[in-house]
Structure formats: structure tokens, C-alpha cells
Design a binder for this molecule. Structure first.
Ligand SMILES: *Cc1c(COP(=O)(O)O)cnc(C)c1O
Length: 356
């Protein structure tokens, strides 16, 4: 006899570790390719070596100091904020907090690959609404697809992996159309890289509607992917529910200290974001010149909708020591993170020699 495992997990892929190729440039996980700021390292060291509340103690379960700083940062009361072990953990908590078995979770496709996984783990059903031919989320189609079983909708903007954004006006029309008992999550993991003047501000939307929540992270723009800190801004009733389904002590002591230091160092980080943005524009222009189709990205990555040729393209760049992220299927493509100028040059060199 073998141990009974929930059948819902059968079709989930087992975790496959990210590819590491010795000596290769990694442009596969949308990380910031800058060294950690000294002020952030110092805060981590202080938490390790300080003589009170070190790592022999449990972390503050509700991360009160960090939550207060985040609330001040976005301009809301702290009852509207919760921190999580990366915003992907909050994605999982959101499904757990809103869905019973058989309920539905809607998102564009393609969008963030974690959405269908956290949905399936909870025994809920994914509603994948195809993106438009311009690789943007199709908000009218999403509004029309809401059913009585829809509990949660993810709007990822800029969208991972296509890099496209939704605009304020269309989002307002969408939110007006969605029933108020359906939670709409604006996933703004890449918001700091978005320069589109028509982009919405998720926090502002969340402040005006009780069924809207903004999801943000310190993994991307703040360079803390390895420490796992994300946060949600929304109605206190939703924030309280998210706290109930959290893994205990999910945001560890070093992560809380580093996140506080990173928030305080925001002005030092901005030039880095600016470099990512100008490099994104340069990489996009070069790829178009080489003959690739690529939508205008507002994130720290670009998207090549190469569909069934995605794996072939990724193998080609890997042979040239650049690791990118392929999604090999009919709706797929290749996502390339923006790295340092030299890393981007190495990628462009490899892309140029791919036979389209
Ligand atoms: C990277 C990413 C996240 C979350 O990252 P964490 O490291 O878990 O905070 C959330 N949403 C999207 C769309 C992402 O791309």
C-alpha cells in the first residue's frame, strides 16, 4: 500500500530546479543584476550579531515594524497591509482565503505561471482567458467570463511574461463590471519599472474598492529575491483573512530587517531601475531590428512570442552561455530578463545569430 496523496496533485509538475550552467549569464528569473546595497547588508549583519532579538528568537509573526513602514510607503493605514514570504506565498494565501473546492480563479493566459499552480493546490479551477493578439490582457473577455463560481481574478500588470500593461480607463470599466463579491488582485510585481503614464496605481484602486487588492514584492526592484518578502494592500477584512491562512512566522527576522533597510534605501535604488528601463528600451529596439516580434514591455524583461520555437531559441542562447526562460507551447514564447549592459550585449549577440 502506498500513502494516500490528494488526486488533485497528480497532474501538478514536481518542482524542477532552475537551470544553472557554470559560467553562463542568467537572464531567466527577472532578478535585479546589481550587488546588494551596503545599507541592506549592514542591516542583515546587525540582525545577526546584535544582542537582542537575534535569530535565536522567533521573528515577529505579524512583522509589525515592516508592515508600518510599508503602510507609510504606500500611504495607507497599517490595517490595510500584510507581509508575506514573497508575494507568491500571498498568491497561495489568496486562493486559500477565497476558494473552496471547485470554485474558480481567473487570470489571463499567458500570465504568471504560479497562478494555475496555487489554484490547483487548493482544489479550485483555473479560468484561463487568452491574451489578445497584441499580448495584452483581454479585460472585456475576462469580465464576460465571470461565473457565479468565480471568487478571485488576477490582473498582472505589467504582465509576466508578456510585459504589457492594462490602462486605467479599461481597468475602471472592468472593475465596474465585476461583481463586488469577487476579489480582484492587481499583481504589480514589476510596477517600479513601468513608465506608462496611463498605467493604474493598484494601491489607489484598492483604497477605493473593498474587492480590490494590490500585490507587491521586494524581490524584483528591491533586489531581495533570495530573502522572500512580498506584501498586499487591501481592505482590512481581506487582510485579516490572509493572516489566518499564513504559514506561521513566514517572514523571517533577516528578511524583515533587510526589507526595512531596502525601503529606506529607495532613493539609492531608483538609478538602478532607471538603468533597467533604458536597457529594456535598447534591447527591444535591437530585437526588432533583428526581425523579432516583441511587444512593448514595461517590466524588467522582454517577451519573444516564438511559440513552438521557444525551446530551440533557449537552447541556442544557452549554447552561447546565456540562460533565458522558454515556455514551449502554442501560446508560449521566451522571456528574457534585463541584466547589466554587458549581459544584455551577450544576449543580443546570441539572439542575432538565431535563424528566424
Ligand atoms: C516574481 C513575481 C511575483 C512574486 O515574487 P516573490 O518573489 O514571491 O515576491 C509575483 N507576481 C509576479 C507576476 C511575479 O512575476
Amino acid at each position: 500500500m502506498t500513502v494516500h496523496i490528494r488526486p488533485a496533485l497528480d497532474s501538478l509538475p514536481a518542482y524542477a530546479p532552475g537551470r544553472t550552467v557554470p559560467g553562463a549569464i542568467k537572464l531567466a528569473s527577472n532578478e535585479l543584476s546589481f550587488p546588494t546595497l551596503p545599507a541592506i547588508s549592514a542591516a542583515i549583519m546587525e540582525a545577526l550579531t546584535g544582542d537582542t532579538n537575534g535569530i535565536n528568537r522567533y521573528p515577529d509573526n505579524s512583522a509589525q515594524q515592516l508592515v508600518a513602514a510599508l503602510a507609510e510607503h504606500v500611504g495607507v493605514d497599517k490595517s490595510h497591509v500584510i507581509a508575506g514570504c514573497g508575494s507568491v506565498a500571498l498568491c497561495q494565501q489568496l486562493v486559500q482565503a477565497t476558494c473552496s473546492e471547485g470554485d474558480q480563479v481567473m487570470f489571463g493566459w499567458r500570465s504568471f505561471e504560479a497562478y494555475p499552480i496555487v489554484t490547483q493546490i487548493a482544489g479550485a479551477i483555473s479560468q484561463k482567458i487568452p491574451v489578445t493578439s497584441a499580448h495584452t490582457l483581454d479585460l472585456p473577455a475576462m469580465a464576460a467570463a465571470v461565473t457565479p463560481a468565480t471568487r478571485l481574478i488576477y490582473i498582472c500588470t505589467p504582465n509576466n511574461p508578456t510585459g504589457t500593461v492594462v490602462h486605467r480607463q479599461e481597468l475602471t470599466e472592468f472593475l465596474d463590471a465585476v461583481p463586488e463579491n469577487v476579489l480582484v488582485v492587481i499583481d504589480e510585481a514589476y510596477g517600479e519599472f513601468d513608465t506608462d503614464p496611463e498605467s493604474p496605481d493598484g494601491v489607489q484602486e484598492a483604497t477605493h474598492r473593498a474587492n480590490v487588492l494590490s500585490l507587491r514584492t521586494l524581490s524584483k526592484a528591491y533586489g531581495l529575491a533570495g530573502l522572500r518578502v512580498g506584501y498586499a494592500v487591501g481592505d482590512p477584512a481581506v487582510i485579516t483573512a490572509l493572516g489566518k491562512v499564513a504559514i506561521p512566522f513566514a517572514v523571517n527576522t533577516l528578511a524583515q530587517k533587510a526589507a526595512l533597510a531596502a525601503l529606506a534605501a529607495r532613493d539609492e535604488l531608483k538609478p538602478r531601475w532607471q538603468q533597467v528601463i533604458s536597457e529594456r528600451i535598447r534591447v527591444t529596439a535591437a530585437l526588432r531590428e533583428f526581425g523579432f516580434e516583441t511587444p512593448t514591455s514595461q517590466a524588467n524583461f522582454v517577451w519573444l512570442p516564438l511559440r513552438e520555437r521557444s525551446a530551440e531559441f533557449a537552447a541556442h542562447t544557452e549554447a552561447n552561455k546565456v540562460i533565458v526562460r522558454p515556455f514551449q507551447d502554442a501560446t508560449g514564447g521566451v522571456r528574457i530578463s534585463i541584466g547589466s549592459p554587458a549581459e544584455n550585449d551577450a544576449f543580443l549577440e546570441a539572439a542575432k545569430s538565431f535563424a528566424l
